[in-house]
Design a protein around this ligand. Sequence first.
Ligand SMILES: [Zn+2]
Length: 227
Amino acid sequence: MQWLIDFLMLFLPSNCLVCGKRLHAPGVILCFICEMKMPRTGFGDRDNNPVSKIFWGRVRVRAGTSLFRFEKGSAYQALLHDLKYRGNQKAGLYLGRLLGQELKNTSFADCDLMVPVPLHRRKLKQRGYNQSELIARGASDITGIPIGSNLIRRTGYQRSQTTMNRQERFENMALAFSLCDDVPDLDDKKILIIDDIITTGATLEACSQVLLSHFKCMVYIATVSYA
Ligand SMILES: [Zn+2]
C-alpha cells in the first residue's frame, strides 16, 4: 500500500515551500521563480571547491559537491526542514532530481554506484523513510547511476551530538558506521555517497572511511546543501 500512498501523494495539490504560491505540476515543491532563485553553490565538479576541501587531510575523498547553500534564516531552509521533520518525501525526490541535473554533465556522472548515508534502524522506524535515500532515488532517475542499498549500516550513535564538542563528535561518528554483511566486491568502483546536508563533514568522513578501509574504491560525495 505504501507505494500507492507515495504515488498519490505526488498528485496532491501543494504550495511552493518558499513563497507559498499554489503549484499545479505533480511532484513539484517549488514554483518556477523560487527554483530559479535558489542559492546554488555552482560548485559542480570544480576542483578544490569548498566541499572537496572539507576532506583534505582527513580522508581520501576524490571530490565533493553540493547543490545549494544553506543559509540560516533563509526561506530555502524550509526545503530540508519539510523533508526531515514534516514527512515531505516528495521534497526528497524533487531535490534529488535537481542534484541529479547538477551532476549529469560532470565527472560525477560516471560513478558506478550511489550510496545514501544510512539512518540508524531506530531513527528509520521513527521517521518512516531515509531522506538521503529519497534524494538518491531522485538523482538516480536523472543520472542513471544505480543505488547500492545495504552496503553500509549505522550502528552506534546512541548519544545526542548537541552537547559534544567538535572532537567528541568526530570520535562519536567514527564508530557510527560499519560494513553490512554480504557486500559485493567494490574494488575499483567509483562510489558516490549522497546526503542531505554537509556541515563539518564528520558523517560523510565516517561513511567514506568504512568503504575505503574495506575496498580499493574511489569515493565521491554529493549533498543537496552546504552549510
Ligand atoms: Zn515560490
